[in-house]
Design a protein around this ligand. Structure first.
Ligand code: PLP
Length: 376
């Protein structure tokens, strides 16, 4: 800051210049985020000053949050689920595991996550003082239930399954994990950050939600496949008593307790999520998912034609291509203004077919990819 401020016009110009350096979504084929729905943007602005850190002052916005949780609960197989909207998948994972840890209160607690788990679990384990055990995957990059069972011991406070893994978009066998959880009396958290708004709208059905007995909590990010505004992640508990393990008393506020990790928190993205859920309905999301899965099949067909392996047959709208020297290909694509990503182990070119991608964009991209590979 300087002593004297500058004109609004000047500030806006400065920011416009910064913004131009960002990559427009049209050129992004490797992110799990997308351009928010225009209605979400509008509503976000309408609710910009709301703060659910103090629901006493924002009872209307608080009602919206409860409504979103009810809608998510209904979508995910338990209309009576409790929960709240967090700042993202990371907070949701931390909070779910915090509830699981607090339910047991034992010394040297551990959790078991698939090797494919998002790095937010590393953060969660560090913050919560949990030992993180990683279970092996099968040849389809799904967690291996036998490996989970082997890792369980008296210190295990939670198992984690993933519906829509970050790297491959794969869905873990949640029903098998649930059986293990039930027979060992252990908490089971499902990370559906990406898949929670994909899997329910696929033609093929997968057991992954509260419909599976033994699933204790689920989280899903409307700021990913929901086309909501950032930050928005729904964290849902089957039992209110589990959510109550997150309670902190807030003595100097009129509302006497809160469950969230953050204090001051926006209601804007929550209202935005409410708006698009209401506006799109199941039909709207089914249409979006269908579009994304069509793009996914286009990539698969292209790969087949050029004899490129995809590691797994895509389950959700993520395709990973086995491309020789993928690290050389990335900068060559960047030169042509395409932004993709890679998987880490095994290394592959990772494409996420998000709603902002059109068939035309994808065709142009695949033509460039073929060209770049030939030149490489
Ligand atoms: C993106 C992602 C997360 C983390 O979510 P943020 O909103 O980025 O904090 C967690 N789990 C999975 C499977 C994800 O894809």
């Amino acid at each position: 800051m300087d002593e004297k401020g500058v004109a609004e016009r000047t500030v806006l110009q400065l920011l416009e210049d910064y913004r131009k350096k960002d990559i427009p979504f049209d050129r992004v084929l490797g992110s799990m985020c997308t351009r928010p729905h225009p209605l979400a943007v509008k509503v976000h602005m309408q609710y910009i000053e709301t703060n659910l850190g103090d629901p006493y002052l924002f009872p209307g916005t608080k009602k919206i949050e409860n409504n979103v949780i009810d809608m998510l609960g209904k979508l995910l197989g338990e209309p009576r689920a409790s929960g709240y909207i967090t700042t993202g998948g990371t907070e949701s994972n931390i909070q779910a595991l915090r509830a699981a840890r607090n339910l047991r209160r034992i010394s040297n607690p551990n959790i078991i996550v698939p090797e494919s788990a998002h790095f937010s679990f590393d953060k969660a384990a560090d913050v919560l003082g949990l030992e993180l055990k990683k279970a092996a995957l099968d040849e389809h990059y799904r967690v291996c239930p036998a490996s989970v069972e082997d890792l369980i011991d008296e210190g295990t406070v939670a198992l984690v399954g993933i519906a829509g893994t970050t790297e491959f978009g794969q869905i873990d066998p949640i029903d098998e994990l649930a059986e293990i959880a039930l027979s060992n009396n252990v908490y089971l958290h499902v990370d559906a950050a990406f898949g929670g708004l994909v899997v329910p709208f696929l033609d093929k059905k997968y057991p992954f939600d509260f419909g599976v007995e033994g699933v204790s909590s689920i989280m899903v990010d409307p700021h990913k496949m929901g086309a909501g505004t950032i930050p928005s992640s729904g964290l849902l508990f089957r039992y209110e008593s589990h959510m109550e393990k997150l309670v902190t008393s807030t003595p100097y506020l009129v509302s006497k307790k809160q469950h969230s990790l953050t204090g001051t928190r926006t209601g804007a993205s929550i209202a935005a999520t409410y708006a698009i859920f209401k506006h799109l309905g199941y039909e709207g999301y089914r249409r979006i998912v269908k579009h994304c899965m069509n793009l996914t099949s286009m990539v698969e067909k292209w790969a087949e034609k050029f004899k490129i392996e995809t590691f797994i047959k895509p389950v959700t709208n993520v395709v990973v291509l086995r491309i020789p020297s993928v690290d050389n290909v990335i900068p060559m694509l960047e030169e042509r203004n395409w932004y993709v990503s890679t998987t880490f182990k095994p290394k592959g070119l990772r494409l996420v077919m998000m709603p902002h991608i059109t068939e035309e964009t994808l065709k142009m991209f695949l033509a460039d990819l073929g060209d770049v590979m030939e030149k490489n």
